[in-house]
Ligand binder design. Structure first.
Ligand SMILES: Cc1cc2nc3c(=O)[nH]c(=O)nc-3n(C[C@H](O)[C@H](O)[C@H](O)COP(=O)(O)O)c2cc1C
Length: 209
């Protein structure tokens, strides 16, 4: 393995510096471009922290309006992090279009009715999986999880009963205060455009790569 020799040239020379003053609109435009070429454009890295100790994991974005939405388990490691510190960051890496977007902001729990609406839009088996998985807790064995899945599946199958929405399952919205757009260019001369929110106004800066 010659990791130090692994080198990809970035070649996207199209300018990212346009007149757009709303970074969420720009994010949506980049997202539309990513949708055409990237297999899972909604996959992002979420970083949270607990007592100054950061932790990161991949997540799936489930909505963009003025805020960004994702769903998870409140008693997972990230859920505990979020309970103690509402600030989080997201990173999207769309390698097929040489683009990265970094987003930072504060998280808020979604109203239960919105979480419920999304939960019941998921396939029934995903609902059961969410109910039986105490995310990030230690399992005696993987097989125990499978047995519990089958037990719950059977329990609710009689009259095709509704799977209860787990109390620990929730959605969060991230209200962005910083959004940075990065595009890989020739000779490592990448383009970076940062939007920082100051009293409801977005301040735009070009950053060195
Ligand atoms: C592509 C991808 C998407 C994922 N999406 C989610 C998600 O939307 N919600 C979630 O809770 N976990 C998701 N996971 C699992 C997390 O990465 C992680 O393993 C889990 O949430 C436990 O993290 P924690 O212990 O830091 O809380 C995803 C993993 C991958 C690889």
């Amino acid at each position: 393995m010659k990791i130090s020799l692994q080198r990809k040239e970035y070649k996207n020379s199209k300018s990212i510096f346009d007149q757009e003053s709303n970074p969420l609109k720009k994010f949506k435009n980049w997202y539309k471009e990513a949708e055409k070429k990237v297999l899972e454009p909604n996959a992002f890295t979420l970083s949270t922290s607990y007592k100054n100790k950061p932790s990161s994991r991949m997540m799936l974005l489930k909505g963009i309006d003025e805020k960004l939405i994702f769903f998870t388990n409140k008693i997972s490691r990230k859920g505990k992090d979020i309970a103690s510190n509402k600030f989080a960051s997201m990173v999207f890496w769309w390698k097929e279009i040489d683009k990265q977007v970094r987003i930072e902001g504060k998280l808020k729990e979604l109203p239960k009715k919105d979480t419920s609406k999304y939960f019941y839009s998921r396939p029934r088996q995903s609902q059961i999986a969410a109910l039986v998985s105490i995310q990030s807790s230690k399992l005696h064995s993987y097989n125990d999880l499978i047995l519990e899945f089958k037990r719950i599946e059977k329990k609710y199958s009689k009259n095709n009963e509704k799977i209860p929405l787990p109390k620990f399952w929730t959605g969060y919205t991230l209200d962005p205060k910083l959004i940075e757009f990065w595009q890989g260019g020739n000779c490592r001369l990448h383009q970076r455009l940062e939007f920082k929110k100051n009293k409801n106004r977005w301040i735009k800066s070009v950053l060195a790569p």
